[in-house]
Design a protein around this ligand. Structure first.
Ligand code: 13P
Length: 241
């Protein structure tokens, strides 16, 4: 499988001018860029090779959902991927604490709407401290709830990507080791093959940068990276590319 790099800009940068500059610098094949919603239109006009992702998508189509952006509206901007279940949305205060049930509803709507999903899962520190097997159980529970009903859809490999992002590794400068990220990736892939007959890409995310990326990306079981902080620095991100 080809490696995939997903740049999650989170709530950055501040201006359209900066967003366009960043998009130009990261416009490569095999890259998916997830800018804030306010920059989707300018990013979509700028990108020639990279694909566009949204950092979230509401389950409703059109209607009285104040403040939400629906998967159908996102398609207007050429968005092909939607990140769902990011730990920053699962855990308050960002996103108000999304439940697995809400994530599942969003996931099924966006899949039925023809978007590809990058579903984030990952355990908190206190779970990982109990060992990798406890972390696997935690991730399995997230996947089973978030993907409930997806077995009834005719999914292709590109429709569903899983991003393993241990919460304790996000934005901390302390990534997981490539070996244990790969162990989790193998576990996730086997679950998805058994339950959904799907060959899925599994990305690793959490403090990936230009110095440590090759350890993850050269691993055959890790299909790419979901990158936060380092994706805001074109020089750093280009090292990953
Ligand atoms: P960092 O790369 O800043 O740790 O963020 C990872 C992440 O949350 C990507 O979605």
């Amino acid at each position: 499988m080809k490696k995939l790099l997903v740049a999650n800009w989170k709530t950055n940068p501040l201006t359209t001018k900066e967003a366009v500059k960043l998009a130009k610098a990261e416009d490569h094949k095999g890259v998916v860029i997830a800018p804030p919603h306010v920059f989707l239109e300018s990013a979509s006009k700028t990108l020639k090779k990279a694909k566009l992702a949204s950092q979230d998508a509401f389950w409703g189509d059109l209607g009285a959902y104040t403040g939400e952006i629906s998967w159908r509206q996102l398609k207007e901007f050429g968005v092909e991927y939607v990140i769902l279940g990011h730990s920053e949305r699962r855990n308050p205060p960002v996103g108000g604490g999304e439940t697995d049930e809400l994530i599942n509803k969003k996931l099924l709507s966006a899949l039925e709407g023809g978007l590809n999903i990058i579903l984030c899962v990952g355990e908190p520190k206190e779970i990982r401290e109990k060992g990798i097997e406890t972390a696997k159980n935690y991730v399995q529970n997230q996947l089973e709830k978030d993907l409930k009903g997806a077995e009834n859809l005719k999914l292709k490999t590109e429709n569903l990507i899983i991003a393993y992002e241990p919460i304790w590794a996000i934005g901390t400068g302390t990534p997981d080791t490539p070996e244990s990220a790969a162990e989790m990736s193998i576990f996730i892939k086997s679950l998805l093959t058994t339950n959904y007959s799907l060959q899925t890409k599994v990305l690793y995310g959490g403090s990936v940068n230009g110095r440590n990326s090759s350890g993850f990306l050269s691993h055959p079981e890790i299909d790419g990276a979901l990158v936060g902080g380092a994706s805001l620095n074109p020089e750093e991100f280009n090292k990953l590319i």
